[in-house]
Design a binder for this molecule. Structure first.
Ligand SMILES: [Fe+2]
Ligand SMILES: [Fe+2]
Length: 224
């Protein structure tokens, strides 16, 4: 193994550990003991999921066309397809639950702050650190909380959709981020930029979660 490869590997392991520590901030006990009240129900959380999935589709597509690296292009192309499929699966599930997904425009209020931040990143190492390695790690935590929520709410079908179909894809996207980071986070500068992007992504996710909790009582919307 070259020094660069060894350095990248140590960095990715350290970043993973830091992310996991900070992610525990996204799962306070009360989010693990969800209480259904008022509008906090599976269909409304699935509508939040539509927004997350379309944003994930769009950002991967934008990054696909602004990189010249074929491996990165193909990884993003796969992600575009996966996230678009998640959108359709969630829309289908909403329809089964008696809601018309076409009556929902998830982009009615524009793209959110996390999307805007990701859209401003220009280097591949920052993009994969933020968009794949970190954002998808967040999605894994949020989806786990959502699956528990669905089970408690008596909706094993939605829980199974997330556990068996969507979750394995999000895990794959996170692993994709890991693989690309190993390739791109080989210098001190690249590693510093990647770490900054990962931190900011977690901060934004945390802020969004607090805001959602404060304004709508939403604390276990699925990720993407
Ligand atoms: Fe994803
Ligand atoms: Fe997704």
């Amino acid at each position: 193994m070259t020094d660069e490869a060894r350095s990248a590997q140590a960095f990715v392991e350290a970043l993973d550990a830091e992310n996991q520590t900070l992610l525990r901030g996204l799962e306070p006990d009360d989010t693990l003991k969800p209480e259904v009240e008022g509008a906090l129900n599976v269909p409304n959380l699935l509508k939040v999921a539509l927004r997350n999935e379309i944003e994930a589709t769009e950002i991967a597509a934008r990054w696909l066309v602004t990189t010249d690296d074929v491996a990165v292009k193909l990884a993003l192309a796969r992600q575009v397809g996966d996230e678009a499929r998640h959108y359709r699966l969630v829309a289908d599930r909403l329809r089964e639950l008696g809601f018309d997904p076409e009556a929902v425009n998830p982009l009615a209020t524009g793209f959110g702050p996390l999307f805007q931040y990701l859209d401003g990143l220009t280097t591949t190492v920052e993009r994969v650190a933020a968009g794949q390695f970190t954002r998808e790690a967040i999605a894994i935590v949020k989806n786990r909380q959502f699956i528990e929520f669905c089970e408690r709410a008596g909706d094993p079908e939605t829980a199974a959709l997330y556990r068996d179909v969507i979750e394995p894809d999000e895990r794959f996207h996170h692993e994709l981020g890991r693989r690309l980071l190993l390739r791109f986070a080989t210098t001190a500068d690249a590693q510093a930029a990647a770490r900054r992007a990962a931190r900011r992504t977690l901060e934004l996710a945390d802020e969004l979660q607090r805001k959602a909790l404060a304004t709508a009582g939403v604390h276990h919307a699925p990720g993407c």
